[in-house]
Design a protein around this ligand. Structure first.
Ligand code: PEP
Length: 253
């Protein structure tokens, strides 16, 4: 049984005061909520302050990126061990905005995934096609390439400490959500790919999140799909009311 996981990606929003306020709002509503795993991913500058707010709760902290080296002369970079030190348990890796604006390659994603796992930080590895790629019928080809390169060198047991997020680029921040069946088709493919590459238990246990304009109004239908285990939420995670409602609506009983 895969526990639902909802992760909020705050992107480059919120200064410390605002981040603490948002974290407090989420904490107030979800303090005793045990039916889903909740992760919030603020910008690096807010991690410690947000950790202070959520530290003795079920809400977990994640980062939005990391660099694969442990330490060294890498100006501006933050390592997985530094994120653990701030209280992080998760790290988003290979988000399409990092791929697009910061030239992140599949090989870089792979090094980041391995470096996160080495210190016990769970990678949320993002994959997904652009609109052009979907129109050219290349969705499965693109996702296969991203999975193959991003997870190169991992063993079946490594998948216990891994989350995949399918985020069609055309649905991120656009207000356009993939239909539940469009999303399910790719999620199902990802799960079968994990089974072929790793093992049946790996495929049965790994959580695959959907990301792309998730809102309180559309999460339920998405979660009703057999291979959708949760969501990576951008815009709607920036207000406590919408994020909390996504979390609550994600639980199907
Ligand atoms: C994201 O940032 O991963 C995302 C899915 O954004 P949004 O929910 O705003 O589309």
């Amino acid at each position: 049984m895969r526990a639902p996981l909802i992760a909020g990606n705050w992107k480059m929003y919120k200064i410390i005061n605002e981040a603490v306020q948002l974290a407090n709002g989420i904490k107030r509503e979800l303090l005793d909520f045990m039916k889903a795993e909740v992760v919030i991913c603020p910008p690096f500058t807010n991690l410690s302050a947000v950790y202070e707010v959520i530290m003795e709760t079920n809400i977990k902290l994640g980062a939005q990126d990391l660099f694969w080296e442990k330490e060294g002369a890498f100006t501006g970079a933050i390592s997985a061990i530094m994120l653990k030190d701030c209280g992080c348990e998760y790290g988003i890796i290979g988000h399409s905005e990092r791929r697009k604006y910061f030239g992140e390659s599949d090989e870089a994603v792979n090094k980041k995934v391995k470096s996160a796992q080495e210190v016990g930080l769970t990678p949320i590895m993002c994959v997904g096609e652009t609109q052009q790629e979907r129109q050219a019928d290349k969705t499965i080809e693109v996702v296969t390439r991203q999975l193959t390169a991003g997870l190169e060198g991992l063993e079946s047991e490594d998948t216990a400490n891994l989350v995949i997020a399918y985020e069609p680029v055309w649905a991120i921040g656009t207000g356009i959500t993939a239909s539940p069946s469009q999303a399910e088709e790719v999620h199902k493919f990802i799960r079968s790919w994990i089974e072929d590459k790793f093992s049946n238990p790996a495929a049965a246990n790994i959580r695959i999140l959907y990301g792309g304009s998730v809102k309180p109004e559309n999460i339920r239908e998405l979660m009703q799909q057999p291979d959708i285990d949760g969501a990576l939420v951008g815009g709607a995670s920036l207000k406590s009311s919408s994020f909390v409602n996504i979390v609550k609506n994600a639980v199907i009983e």
